[in-house]
Design a binder for this molecule. Sequence first.
Ligand code: BG6
Length: 511
Amino acid sequence: MLLKDLSLIPSEGNSVPTGSLLVIFGATGDLAQRKLIPALYNLLLDKTLPKDFAVLGVSRRQMTDQAFRAQLQDGIKKYSRQALQETTWRQFERHLFYLSGKLDDPTTYKEIKACAEKIEAEFNLKGNRIFYLAIPPTSIVPITQGLEQGGLVQPVAQTLPFSRLIIEKPIGRDLVSAQQINASVGHIFDESQIYRIDHYLGKETVQNLLVLRFANGIFEPLWNSKYIDHVQITVSEEEGVGTRASYYEEAGALRDMIQNHILQLLCLVAMEPPWSLDSDVVRSTRLDVIRSLRPIVGADVNRQTVRAQYSSGIINGKEVPGYRRELGVRPDSTVETYVALRVFIDNWRWAGVPFYIRTGKRMSKRATEISIQFKGIPQVLFNKNLPQPLSPNILSLKVQPNEGFSLQIISKAPGSKVAIHPVEMDFQYGTTYETASPDAYERLLLDVMAGDTTLFMRRDAVEVAWAWVTEILDGWQRYGSKWLPEYTAGSWGPVEADRLIEQDNREWRVL
Ligand code: BG6
């Protein structure tokens, strides 16, 4: 079935984006080139970008508007979902500007203000400004203070023109540092003006989780401890640390992936039906899941968690170095590039259901999947006297790269004898919708322009997630062993992670 006219199925919660000036701090960095500008360009191609928009890139490096545009054009050629089209690009690039300045210098903010006003006059923008902080977390506080002192922040009580702030993760490196950043930013911007990005929430397949659960009648009655045996969440990457060693050495997999992206996936799988699609209702319902996570404290870290580091190995036929041999990594680093956890959600719905989570760099393949494994059927009838009990039903939600979902069910093979085995009912975005899904940043930028905070992290959610994660970090520090287990690059992780799940008589899914 091909769904061509998606507008036939209207949905609640689609607000209208308002034209604005996007001021990107750290505009010469990777994020702007790979994600932000290609996202805006694709929105323009898809005719969803408001007509009145402009971008002002700010960074230390000296550069002309022309050089900035050339760099961004390059980024679009390399990273855009849709190919560069000369005429659209010409139209687009007229809206891109650059200003060089030191982020700790008050004159920079005066210049930003003057420059913003000039651009706003030229494009007849209404003074709506979005500040995107694509910079390391240490610059968040100085920049927000600079914005305030430079008179660039509109009071929240005045609805138009608006000032909105987008912050990238990581917000802090533990509970205390996250609280400090949130408190400082909160003195300047009201919570309703702050958009903390978790790009996983913008992924098409992740948004579909709530639709799958709450727009269908067949799943929800089964979505609880009575019918579900366990849930697995895997986010595996082929990539190593690449050029981000200095960041990663301070972070590691738990801070980099679990505190944010994976806990958010867990929330969407486990949350209760929100009573409305109102942004704060959805966000509070997601947060309830994190609040119900059973803490992993003290020596429990050794029973409920596994952390490991990749050693050299082969990825796609090419030899790759071990983590400690990567450029910029300390030769005696004990930073984890892999984490596996066994997690429980202590609420009525999920009592006793383990959630097994694993994520790692330099693994066998890139795959993000959530699999819901239902309980087995009684060992009578077709499940009687088998050397091995029948496989259970498994609903696997494939987030990337092969977007879709499949349901494993048991079926009879054609023939006069009864031979039964698992088959898969498969839905793939690629075949059903024909076009590639928009990138997460496309949706998220539009949402900021529309003032919709649903897919962004509220302050309390960030802090509650950090509180849970910080206990694990503390446990590792106090009770963990000094040397981490290793796994060969290109494998599915360390043997210790297999043991973690096998001790419960279960096994990791083969993806
Ligand atoms: C980022 C992490 O937030 O997410 C990276 O910092 C990771 O380490 C990336 O590679 C994964 O994102 P995606 O969208 O490629 O799965």
